[in-house]
Each structure stands twice: as C-alpha cells, then as structure tokens.
Design a protein around this ligand. Structure first.
Ligand SMILES: [Zn+2]
Length: 501
C-alpha cells in the first residue's frame, strides 16, 4: 500500500517544500558505497536530496510511504534507445547486409534520404524518453541507428529532443551523432568503407554549437555529450578534433568500439589495428571516453581501457541477442575498468539488462559466483555516473540531485525475498517501476507521464514503424519486396477455403 500523499502530487511538478519518501527499503549512500536501509527515509527539497538514511528528524511538508518497495537512485542509461528499434526486423532474418542494414551501392547512387520526417524523428525520441522513465531510468544518453538516415543525426531533431527531455523531466546527455564514413555493400557480403571528411567535420561543428547552445537548459536536465558514430566510420582528424572539443566543452565522448567482427575487419584493413589500439596509438583514449560495447575487445584493448580510464557502456541484451558477450564483466572490474549499463535497443528495460548481464557474465566465466546482483546495480547507478563524470547522480545522500526510482517488491511475478537488490535483478523487468523523480520533480507515476499519453504514442509508434518498413526494399540488396526481406516467425495460413469469413 502506498500512502495517500503520493496521489496529491502533481505529475511533472516538483512538490513545494520538503518531501519525505519512505518504503520498506531505501538504497542510500554512505562511506563510499550503497547501503540498504530497512524502512529508510529520504528527504528532498528544491530538487536536491537533503537526507537519506534511517530516520530524518526535521519538519517536512509531506510524507509518502511506498510500503513494499525499494527507493533507489534513478538508473543511468549510457546508450539509451531513442528510436523504434530496427534490429527486431533482422532478429530472425539474417544476414543483416541482405536486409537493408548496409547501404547497397545502388541506394548510394540513387541518393540516400531521410526515411522519417522531422516530426517522426522528434516523436520517436520523445516516445523513447517516455519508455526510459517507465523503466526507472532518470538519466539517458540517447543512441539511434543511422541506417535509415540521409547521413547522420540533425540539430533540429536534437533541439526537439532537448525540449522533450525538459517537458517529460528526464536528465539527458546528448548531441547529434556524426560520422565521416559509411559502409557500402558492393556485392553480397562485400562491405567497403567510403569516406567524406568534410561531412564528418561539419557534423562535429553542428554538435559543438548544439552543446554550446543547449548545455544546462531545462534547469540543468540537458547536458552535452559528443557522439561520433563508431570508430570505423570516423577519420583520425575527426576523432582528434572531437577529443579536443570535448576538453573545451568539458563534456564526455561516446564512441562505439570493439563491438563486432565487421568493425574489426574494417579497422584491420584501414589502420592495421583494433579500434582501441588505433585510438591509443594517437593518444585519444582517456577518462572522457565512453565506449560501447567491448564484446570484441582483446586483452590488450581492455588493458588500454584500464590504464587510460575509459568507461565501458555494457548492453548485455543487445550483445547476447547477436551472439556475443562481454568477456567478461567480472574481468573488466578486476582490471579496474569502470562499467556503466545501457539498453541500446528494444526492449529498453534496464532491469532486464541487469539480469542478462548477471547471466552472461556467469556463462562467460563459467562460475556461478562470478558476479553478484549488487555489482550490476552498481554499474547501472555509480558506474554510469562515473562514466558521465558526475558524482551528484546515481547515489542518494545529502547534496545529490533528487533522481529517484521507486520499484515495487510485491509484484506478483517477483519472487519473495529478503533482499530487494537480488529480487529486482532476478525479476528482470522494469515493469515494477512505480514512480520516478528527476531533480525532485515527479516525472512518472504508475505508468503516466506529464503531458504525454504513452498509449496513444504506442499506436503512433506502430504506424510510424510500418511506414519505415515499407521503405526497406529501396535500401536493400537487389531491392526485393518487403515480404521477401522479412519472413514472419511461422509461415502464414491465409487460405480460407470455400467459406465466406
Ligand atoms: Zn550501442
């Protein structure tokens, strides 16, 4: 049972005065780590936590008791799904290059185009931000596919995304992704990188001016982060300028590296090195760098991450569904590498990713105690904050921002347990998220958001996705019809015989 006071709060607003939150469990920060406080109390005022611990002795304007729940720091998603995931189309329809995931030469010559309108691009980000809040994520660094784009992401859609984050109440780290190269399919399975340096540098300049303009907007919810697309589609000059700009702007950089066999092959052909090895040889690895997904990192790559302070963004769900794992979460921690968590693709469910991270690490290490639930929970809170260079999020203690997720522990599908962290990680579903506060403002309550109807948005997402699907033949090898590109899970039975139905 939750106390009545919860429903007196106005969705989307920061309650006036001091608000005390209590529940069967509170995860509070003390002396260098999270601590579980039975029946703990957390008090927030003006967007900041002023107390988190066993018992608050001051006056408060209201007291909200969540009962059988955990009051947790909000989760941090370093590679947060921000579009309608298209990998779902090729999950059972491989290879990806034959299904529109690599531009064929004929599509490049025809002239690539934006497959969504500006409104659709803006909508899908807002919808994805809503999903983050529904899953207990309070800080998101959005990522999206570039396959269906004319080239890279645009300032216009990110201006809209910054406003969407402000409207919904989600903390974001972002700027439009850019790249100087693309991969072109010249023949079945034959992928060749093609570069346009000027276009990459123009993208970087757009991202820099976006950050200069947007940094700190919406009461500090909007933060800059440079996002060059992936190591094999960037030139050395683009990355050198990116790292220099990050220093000037004092922001982080996210760059996908060591994440797949095609990347390894391209990097070997172009530079005779792995992505991390190439970056290190030019002095470009450092603490500002967040590197998804490291599933193809060599021992030497991981050593370079460790000595240079690179953070890994770990998305066990997307990696596992493509047949790879981080080798391993436990080893990276032993090496001293900071790991943050990420959803990356559908479903954008962080708790599901924590379970997947636990399972894949134990498989990878062939040990049932290779990693513990708390290790994953630390990565989704403290690890994410460290990757973003912040100490005022990912933990609840006096002086941090009031970014909070409340997870139910009495959900029917959750196993009864004495330990809320084990229960939540093993439960593997963000659907138990009851409430989310960001900067002290209630951004999500029982599936509802401020000024945005997620059920109506879900319908819109379906029709938008179908519109994109219809365009797939244009950028697929030899342009087969949609039905030939994507087979359903089972063959269809549509013959109705003689009967009129
Ligand atoms: Zn990713």
């Amino acid at each position: 049972m939750t106390s009545h006071a919860l429903h007196t709060l106005t969705l989307g607003e920061r309650p006036a005065g001091r608000t005390l939150l209590t529940a069967d469990w509170l995860l509070a920060w003390r002396e260098g780590g999270h601590r579980l406080v039975p029946g703990g109390e957390m008090v927030m005022e003006d967007g900041a936590v002023i107390y988190a611990g066993p018992c608050f002795r001051g006056e408060v304007a209201r007291r909200i008791d969540f009962g059988a729940a955990l009051i947790s720091p909000g989760l941090i998603d370093l590679d947060a799904l921000s579009d309608l995931d298209t990998y779902t189309l090729v999950l059972d329809n491989q290879p990806g290059w034959a299904r529109g995931r690599i531009w064929p030469r004929s599509y490049v010559e025809r002239g690539p185009y934006e497959m969504y309108s500006q409104e659709e691009l803006a909508f899908q980000k807002k919808f994805a931000f809503g999903l983050q809040l529904l899953n207990g994520v309070t800080t998101a660094a959005p990522v999206a596919s570039l396959y269906y784009r004319e080239w890279a992401e645009t300032v216009a859609e990110f201006d809209a995304a910054a406003d969407a984050a402000g409207e919904l109440g989600l903390r974001v780290f972002l700027s439009p992704a850019y790249r100087s190269g693309g991969i072109v399919l010249e023949a079945p399975g034959k992928m060749v990188p093609v570069f346009d340096e000027a276009r990459g540098l123009a993208g970087l300049n757009d991202a820099i001016s976006f950050i200069e303009r947007q940094q700190g907007r919406h009461g500090g919810l909007v933060n800059g982060m440079l996002a060059p697309d992936r190591v094999e589609t960037c030139t050395l000059e683009l990355l050198q300028r990116t790292m220099a700009a990050a220093g000037d702007l004092d922001c982080q950089v996210r760059l996908h590296m060591a994440q797949g066999p095609a990347e390894l092959e391209t990097m070997r052909a172009l530079h005779g090195a792995t992505g991390p090895g190439w970056m290190a040889s030019h002095g470009l690895l450092g603490e500002r760098l967040i590197a998804p997904h490291a599933t193809y990192a060599t021992d030497e790559d991981l050593r370079l991450y460790a000595i240079n302070g690179v953070s890994i963004a770990h998305s066990p769900m997307v990696s596992a569904r493509m047949g790879s794992v981080l080798n391993s979460f436990a080893l990276c921690r032993r090496l001293g590498i900071n790991i943050g968590m990420a959803t990356d693709t559908a479903p954008p469910d962080m708790l599901m990713n924590l379970l997947m991270g636990l399972v894949t690490c134990r498989i990878s290490e062939k040990k049932s105690d290779a990693v513990l639930s708390a290790d994953l929970f630390n990565a989704a809170t403290l690890g994410g904050a460290k990757a973003l260079g912040r100490t005022d999020i990912g933990r609840l203690c006096s002086g941090t921002r009031a970014d909070v997720a409340v997870f139910r522990l009495d959900d029917l599908y959750m196993t009864p347990s004495v330990d809320p962290i084990t229960t939540l990680v093993l439960g593997g579903s963000g659907k138990v998220t009851q409430a989310v506060f960001v900067d002290g403002r209630i951004s999500m309550l029982e599936g509802k958001l401020s000024g945005f109807d997620m059920h109506a948005a879900r319908k819109q997402a379906q029709s938008q996705f179908e519109g994109l699907l219809a365009k797939y033949p244009e950028r697929s090898w030899e342009h087969p019809p949609v039905e030939a590109l994507f087979s359903p899970g089972y063959s269809l039975w549509t013959d109705k015989g003689d009967k009129e139905c």
